[in-house]
Ligand binder design. Structure first.
Ligand code: SF4
Length: 301
C-alpha cells in the first residue's frame, strides 16, 4: 500500500484539480511556482507565477504539453534540477489552451505526483511514511542513515526542506509513535521563501510561503543529505571558545566558508552534499549553531 495515497482516485484528482482552477475564474490559481487559469471550457493556460501578467509576446508560447519535460529539466542558468519542487523553475514560457489531459501532463512533468498528493490530503487520504520507516528500509550505502539521531533529523529537515530550497510541506514525522510533521521552517532556519533563488519579487515570495502541497515521505535528496551529515554528526567534537563543542568536519566547513567569503568560491551543485559550501550543508551548519546558541543561552548565569 506504500505510495497508494489515493488508489484508483487519479481520475478524481484530475477532475478536482481542474474544477479548482475553473472555480477561480479569470483570477486563476497560484500553485507552487505556477499560475493556472481557465481560459475557456476545458481549456487552460499555465505560466510561471512570476510571468502571470507578462505580455504574451514576451513569452515562448507552447502548445505541446510534453514540452514541459524540458522546462522542468534546467534552471534559468542551465543547471540540472534534481528536485522538481525546488523554487528554481525557469521563466519565460506559456502553455496555452491545454485541455484537461494536457494540463495534467504539464503538471506531472513540472511537479511529479504533486497534484495527487494535494488531492489526497484534501480528501484526508494521504498516506504518510515517517522517517524511522523510510530510514529502516534503506540498503547499501544509504543503510547508515538509520543511525542519524532524532535531534539531527529535526535539524536536517529545515536545512533540506525549507521553503527556500523545496516548496513541498513536510507531512512526515519522526516515527509512528511521534507522527507530528517535522517543522521545516524552524530550528534556526534563518532563510525563507523570500531568499529563494527565483523568488524575484515580494508578491511571488508571499505565494511561495506556506506550501499547499504535502511531502508524504522523505525523498532521495533528503536521504542523500542525511547520509552526508552522518559523518558530520559523528566526527570528534572539540570545545571552541565562543562556539561551544563543534565537530572536526564542522570546523573544516567554517574554514571553507570563511575562505569563500572573498567571493572567489565556486558554486556547488545542489546535490553535491560532500561540498562544505553546498547550500543545504550551509543551512544545516546554521541550524546546528542556532541550536547550540539556544542550548548555551539556558546555561548563562
Ligand atoms: S523530503 Fe524535503 S526536500 Fe524532499 S520533497 Fe520532501 S520536503 Fe522536499
Amino acid at each position: 500500500m506504500r505510495g497508494a495515497h489515493a488508489p484508483g482516485l487519479i481520475p478524481l484528482a484530475r477532475a478536482a484539480f481542474s474544477a479548482w482552477i475553473d472555480a477561480a475564474g479569470a483570477e486563476g490559481r497560484s500553485y507552487l511556482q505556477l499560475h493556472l487559469r481557465a481560459v475557456a471550457t476545458d481549456r487552460y493556460r499555465v505560466r510561471h507565477l512570476a510571468d502571470r501578467d507578462a505580455d504574451a509576446a514576451t513569452l515562448e508560447t507552447i502548445a505541446d504539453p510534453y514540452a514541459a519535460r524540458a522546462v522542468a529539466q534546467t534552471t534559468e542558468e542551465g543547471a540540472h534540477r534534481p528536485l522538481k519542487t525546488a523554487p528554481d523553475l525557469r521563466r519565460g514560457w506559456s502553455f496555452e489552451r491545454l485541455d484537461g489531459h494536457g494540463l495534467w501532463t504539464v503538471l506531472d512533468y513540472l511537479y511529479p505526483a504533486s497534484a495527487v498528493h494535494w488531492y489526497a490530503e484534501r480528501e484526508r487520504r494521504l498516506r504518510v511514511t515517517h522517517w524511522s520507516e523510510t530510514a529502516a528500509r534503506q540498503s547499501g550505502m544509504y543503510s547508515a542513515v538509520k543511525l542519524l539521531p532524532e535531534r539531527a533529523v529535526r535539524l536536517a529537515v529545515p536545512a533540506c526542506c525549507g521553503d527556500a530550497v523545496c516548496l513541498r510541506r513536510v507531512a512526515w514525522g519522526w516515527s509512528g509513535d511521534v507522527p507530528a510533521p517535522i517543522d521545516s521552517e524552524s530550528a534556526g532556519d534563518s532563510e525563507s521563501a523570500g531568499d529563494s533563488e527565483s523568488a524575484g519579487d515580494s508578491e511571488l515570495s508571499s505565494h511561495l510561503q506556506g506550501s499547499s502541497v504535502p511531502c508524504p515521505e522523505a525523498c532521495s535528496i533528503f536521504i542523500s543529505f542525511a547520509r552526508a551529515i552522518l559523518p558530520v554528526e559523528r566526527s570528534p567534537r572539540a570545545s571552541v571558545q565562543g562556539l561551544d563543542a563543534l565537530g572536526e568536519l564542522e570546523l573544516q566547513q567554517i574554514e571553507a566558508l570563511v575562505a569563500a567569503a572573498d567571493g572567489t568560491a565556486h558554486a556547488p551543485r545542489s546535490g553535491e552534499f560532500d561540498d562544505p559550501l553546498n547550500r543545504r550543508r550551509v543551512r544545516y551548519l546554521g541550524a546546528r549553531l542556532a541550536a547550540l546558541r539556544q542550548e548555551s543561552a539556558g546555561e548563562l548565569p
